[in-house]
Design a protein around this ligand. Sequence first.
Ligand code: NAG
Ligand code: NAG
Ligand code: NAG
Ligand code: NAG
Length: 778
Amino acid sequence: MAASALFRRRNRASLLCFLLALLAHGPALGSAQTPVYACDVAGNPALAGFGFCNGSLPWADRVSDLVGRLTLQEKITFLVNSAGSVARLGIPRYEWWSEALHGVSDVGPGTRFSSNVVPGATSFPQVILTAASFNTTLFQAIGKVVSTEARAMHNVGLAGLTYWSPNINIVRDPRWGRTQETPGEDPLLTSKYATAYVRGLQDRDDGDKDRLKVAACCKHYTAYDLDNWKGVDRYHFNAVVTKQDMDDTFQPPFKSCVIDGNVASVMCSYNQVNGTPTCADPNLLAGVIRGEWKLNGYIVSDCDSLDVYFKSQKYTKTPEEAAAKAILAGLDLNCGSFLGDHTEAAVKAGLVDESAINKAISNNFATLMRLGFFDGDPRSQLYGKLGPKDVCTPENQELAREAARQGIVLLKNNAGALPLSPTAIKNLAVIGPNANVTKTMIGNYAGTPCKYTTPLQGLSAVVGTTYVAGCQNVGCGTADVDGATKAAAGADATVLIMGTDLSIEAESLDRTELTLPGQQQQLVAQVASASKGPVILVIMSGGGIDVGFAKDSDKIASIVWVGLPGEAGGGAIADVIFGAHNPGGRLPMSWYPQSYADKIPMTNMNMRPDNATGYPGRTYRFYTGETVYTFGDGLSYSKVSHELIQSPAKSLSIPLHADHYCRSSECRSVDAADAGEICGSSGMMDLHLKVQNDGEGMKGSHTVFLFTTPPAVHGSPRKQLVGFEKVWLEAGGEAVVKFTVDVCKDLSVVDELGNRKIALGEHVLHVGDLKHSFTIGV
Ligand SMILES: *[C@@H]1O[C@H](CO)[C@@H](O)[C@H](O)[C@H]1NC(C)=O
Ligand SMILES: *[C@@H]1O[C@H](CO)[C@@H](O)[C@H](O)[C@H]1NC(C)=O
Ligand SMILES: *[C@@H]1O[C@H](CO)[C@@H](O)[C@H](O)[C@H]1NC(C)=O
Ligand SMILES: *[C@@H]1O[C@H](CO)[C@@H](O)[C@H](O)[C@H]1NC(C)=O
């Protein structure tokens, strides 16, 4: 759809001219252009008289002035991503769809690269690896670079202002093909990522909170994390979700994104939730996003969710009804053409009033106003000086390498096999289908990167290497065992770089297998047996892999997970392997054995285990079975110890009225609303820790996790992250980390009906091996 729309815009005659120009002057495609913007008062003084162009009026007045000037037909053209133009008002076409998941991307039609103006943009690691850094400063720093590059490209007409990123769905199941796009399985980490990345994209350097640098969008709302699994696809899937799972797993990241991140947009998904397509659900859209969370911005559909629920889900009998339902539910913008095609008929049929359309386009216009689109030429506004020189700067590219370094997770390291010595190693065998890849490192929703450093290039910059791919591709139908074992037998050490790529896990492609694809595992085992020196297994993947065989093998000294590490991934891998960087990344999602995929249907949305059916539940918060590695796992080249230097009281008593039902001994929890003063200052508990690097290892960053285990009531989580902090430790150095635990917020649980409750009984706080128990009573 995107490509053909772009093509249509260039008519045949101009295509011919373009071809002739190409012959005469070389490539002209995507030569520098001017940005699109409305209210070009300098070029057309008549526009100055329009209220919507008047910068001294409040947004709301400008928006209603504009809406008041449009006919119904014109209004309808502003309900779709390829929005209309109104020549008499000086409004050009605006394309809403741009993407910036981990760098400015040309996946949406609103943004493109141009070989002679901006050939590429900085391509950061896929989000799952960045999330593994557990560094919120980094999340925001990346967002800020991306929005700077986006503004720079906008000024030369190559990029839009509205970006449909980040993807903040919880990874409920390791098979999900889009795991790579997300911050993983934990609601707190995902919420923090969403807030920080959105602020990095949106916040302006002048601190003006009403205006936006670029507009971000949190997607896909909600309970969306199945793409295409054994014939069940996202276009038909009805996610059956309990109120409890909704409120303590699927919704929290969206709530944080809107409330803490102040995001300018939320995208509803393709799937149904409990029988209603999310984009047609007035409770989820108007009720929750705009009503409870007070979104300041627009709600957009996935592309094209409306067509999907009409045609694939047959949710309504007529397309007019489908259009009306979305608008009445609170949808403002349709990615696709459905609302453009069917809204007028829906209005004529009396299914939706023009006032509802006014409301929707007002939200869209208000967003564009906050972006400066109605303030004339962006080159004379803040960020107007940015241009091609500000894209792919050395600093931006270094941040891409830094992000990969910070995210890389060391999962196994026998007898200090890593780091390898850059002086002692004369010949390194580098083996595997992902050892010399480029595109694989940037995953999906990528753009064209500034340049690539492949793992082989990164490692070869440090020591001499012998490279054998070992398989033709990650599918690895047959393995070149002889070539690979020969290289390993003659080398001082062996690095195997295995894993997946978009042919195995991607949008519209969930996995059925969690093991390494094809003959990869056999190749690893054979190479490990034949190697002279230590064997390092590097896994490049979005989701977790069942590497149980390698974890248990004494022939494989080390395992390193590098996610999809972005354009500079090879340099970062070398930094970790040769010890220029001390790895401090931690897994943002659990890795399960293959048996998990064999036994559990991906379609079961329940987070909690069910003893009656043997269903083990999902994620480290609920899962009761075996994992290969678990959320939070990760080693470093240092030994770090934790010591509690200030711990909260051992017990806490909630004062209740004498006749409160919780005076009875059967009471197991108190409604947070009844906990009165506990939910004020007396419910804040301080926990201070001294974190020390023992000094024998290297300096580096260390992530401190604070988990709680609440009493087992209301199907509460077995363990839950309530805080994390990344600290820098010199060799032998120490740092103090302070957590403030809010009893009502951090220690409460969501009950079966979705209410927040304070569980009575013993709560255990964990940091590393330290435990602190305390009891809440009445
Ligand atoms: C813009 O609005 C202000 C405030 O209402 C008004 O004083 C001014 O005349 C307007 N400017 C133009 C060009 O109409
Ligand atoms: C490694 O990949 C790079 C980038 O695609 C390519 O230029 C180079 O030739 C490859 N090296 C080998 C040894 O195949
Ligand atoms: C489920 O089974 C486990 C293990 O046997 C047990 O510890 C747990 O209490 C049971 N949970 C429920 C809700 O019955
Ligand atoms: C977090 O990331 C920022 C940005 O890269 C970096 O400056 C900082 O040192 C990191 N924090 C820690 C503790 O590693």
